[in-house]
Design a protein around this ligand. Structure first.
Ligand code: 5AD
Ligand code: SF4
Length: 477
């Protein structure tokens, strides 16, 4: 059973929120403006969701938000540890902030999230990036008011650090500030027990802890009351949701419960581990009218020896069988996956099996990553068979094969009328609107800006590899 942060500890944090508010009032009197915070998120949706909590806490404490570090009194980077390039980006930004802080010594720099949960990283920050004032790990997020208050009032140059692994107790009732009021991520569980041999997540996010269904449903109902209609249920491995709870619940039952909530029009979820994808869940996706017919099922590699060395606990045959079942039960399912290219020990021939699986499944979309060595994981000790050039060559071949499939899948949409939730202006063309289909495909079309946040019908007129173009038909009722 997941443990919860004690009520008294949460109340104690509220006390620090009040103390920060006092400091902020004084700041406003002196400077004639409210103190500003810049937040930046690296990595996955779980991190995005954590940043929304950070912003919720900060808003309660009287801060406002800005878009650039230059304007900011406080900068907080919520970091990712899954691949090295995300870490390098953060260290690059810290270098720039060092110069900024020289001319503005009152600026507070905070780092949090998965990256700082690793000891070798915190050591590096301590030694090289002494200008960082505040460091807190994934388990200490609820303590932000206390830690920030300490950072705001300290009169030495030492940073305030809290990265202890408190076994990841769940903190409910942290305020959340969401940018989008139509779509929301809702975490259903935290952590991961799978220990895939390449992955750092179980080490930095701890063991699986599920939130009670009551807490999840309460959060969704309150989101709906505030106008939200698309809910994405989040967890590193949502298929093992509930295993640690006393309740008689699993993920299939949970999505059936969410499907019953009046006002929820779209339910999405990620991520599913293939070994835990149950028939019950496939049935629930097929039968629940509000669950989007979309499944992200990371395969990672197509060769059995590689899968075993990755500690994935399924074979390519198991995986393909599950995909067949899904396709039979839900013929219009949109499928996506994650692939790691260049896992150590993988040979050229073994990589061919990955291409083969991609061709067989015909995913709508894949997320492919070049393997990144993570200190402390079992795969970090393995040797490479392929050279860097060969790995990049494989990566490009994978993209080539998938692009052709994605384009073909998108071509099949031309002529169809699709329901779109309009996000707003298209990123690439200000004259166009952009939104997503139930299957999560991006559709760009011309229409009035007032359609933002609404569900509309659009006729698909043109297919690209990554998106579709369409013509506005009508608003959905
Ligand atoms: N190197 C590259 N990709 C990784 N992933 C996880 N760990 C690593 C790593 N060390 C990928 C997996 C996972 C996705 C979120 O990130 O494909 O599904
Ligand atoms: Fe990492 Fe594997 Fe857990 Fe996914 S299931 S978070 S890849 S350890």
């Amino acid at each position: 059973m997941a443990e919860y942060i004690e009520k008294e500890d949460m109340t104690r944090q509220k006390g620090f929120v009040l103390k920060i508010k006092e400091l902020n009032n004084r700041f406003a009197q002196e400077k004639g403006r409210v103190p500003l915070v810049k937040t930046e998120t690296y990595g996955c949706q779980q991190n995005e969701n954590d940043t929304e909590r950070i912003r919720g806490i900060l808003k309660d404490a009287g801060f406002e938000f800005c878009d650039t570090e230059e304007e900011a009194d406080i900068v907080i980077y919520n970091t990712c540890a899954v691949r090295e390039n995300a870490e390098q980006k953060v260290f690059g930004r810290l270098g720039i902030l060092k110069h900024m802080k020289e001319s503005r010594p009152d600026m507070i720099i905070g780092l949090c999230g998965c990256m700082v949960q690793q000891k070798h990283i915190t050591e590096k920050i301590r030694k090289i990036h002494k200008h960082v004032d505040l460091v807190f790990g994934t388990h200490a997020l609820y303590k932000l008011p206390e830690l920030l208050y300490k950072a705001m009032t300290k009169n030495n140059k030492r940073s305030v650090v809290d990265i202890e692994d408190s076994a990841g107790k769940i903190a409910e009732d942290i305020p959340i500030l969401r940018d989008d009021n139509k779509k929301a991520w809702v975490s259903v569980m935290y952590g991961c027990n799978n220990f895939c041999s390449y992955c750092i997540v179980p080490y930095v996010r701890g063991r699986e802890r599920s939130r009670t269904s009551g807490a999840i449903i309460k959060e969704i109902k309150s989101l709906v009351e505030n106008g939200c209609s698309e809910i994405s249920l989040l967890g590193q491995n949502v298929n093992s949701y509930g295993k640690d709870l006393d309740e008689d619940i699993d993920f299939a039952k949970l999505i059936r419960m969410v499907n019953e909530i009046e006002g929820v029009k779209r339910i999405r979820f990620m991520t599913s581990h293939p070994k835990d994808l149950s028939d019950d869940l496939i049935d629930a996706i097929a039968e629940c009218e509000n669950v989007c017919k979309q499944l992200h099922l990371p395969v990672q590699a197509g060769n059995n020896r590689v899968l075993e060395q990755m500690n994935r606990k399924y074979t390519r045959e198991d995986y393909l069988k599950k995909i067949d079942k899904v396709k039979k039960k839900i013929p219009d399912i949109s499928l996506s996956t994650d692939i790691i290219v260049g896992f150590p020990t993988e040979t050229k021939e073994e990589f061919e099996d990955t291409l083969d699986i991609i061709r067989r499944v015909e995913y709508d979309n894949i997320f492919s990553f070049i393997y990144s060595r993570r200190e402390g994981t079992p795969a970090a000790k393995l040797d490479f068979v392929l050279s860097e050039d060969e790995i990049h060559e494989n990566f490009n071949r994978l993209l080539e094969v998938q692009n052709e499939i994605s384009k073909r899948k998108n071509d099949a949409y031309v002529g169809r009328i699709e329901k779109i939730l309009v996000d707003g202006e298209s990123k690439n063309d200000k004259n166009m609107l952009s939104g997503r289909t139930d299957s999560s495909k991006i559709v760009n079309f011309k229409g009035s800006k007032e359609l933002a946040g609404k569900y509309v019908k659009v006729k698909i007129t043109q297919a690209h590899t990554w998106s579709l173009n369409g013509e506005f038909v009508e608003e959905c009722i």
